[in-house]
Design a binder for this molecule. Sequence first.
Ligand code: SF4
Length: 232
Amino acid sequence: MSETGRKTRRTEAGRRFVGERKRERRERVEEIIRRLWDEYPDATTSLHHESPYELLVATILSAQCTDERVNMVTPELFERYPTPEDLAGGRREDVEEIIRSTGFFRQKTKSLLGMAAAVVDRHGGEVPGTMKELVELPGVGRKTANVVLGNAFGRDEGVVVDTHVKRISGRLGLTKETTPEKIEQDLMELVPKASWTDLPHLFIFHGRAVCRAPTPVCGECVLADLCPSAGF
Ligand code: SF4
């Protein structure tokens, strides 16, 4: 189909949602979540970890890097530094060498060593389980804290907005915002709190499989009738 034809179909699809009330949008979101769970029953974080400490380290490493690449370096890192105490006492050059392939390795090493030292000094070697304490750790922003709280502590305190979540939320007409902070606020208004941690996993799985960048495969999408951007 020509680009003009695709745009026309998209416009037609979008018209169905003009004037949608917030209550209707919330119901649409609930149906979106139900269908995505049917499609991706195993959706979860792909960062390998066995503790809040390991997930925190892996999440710091995942900035500007694929989860697959992070999973290649963390086995050696966790073996060398199995606890925050071990990492806090690590040599900068050694950590840099292990994580080099994840990119931005000097800055990430600084974050890892600073985070580990703060966990030891301020929290007795235990990764804290609150947003306030987590974002006060060096190298830990709200997004990283959300990942750890949701996936290691089972606490739905926010919605992680990455490139897939940003793209799919926009295509589904759940936000018009462009910054992660504002997109997160819109999603927290629409998505049931119990799904705040799971929604990003579902969107990431869907974003890799069907709602891809730059071109979505709308003809294979289970959300097509719920999506204002659907074009075939
Ligand atoms: S693949 Fe198409 S129909 Fe499905 S969510 Fe993405 S834009 Fe919408």
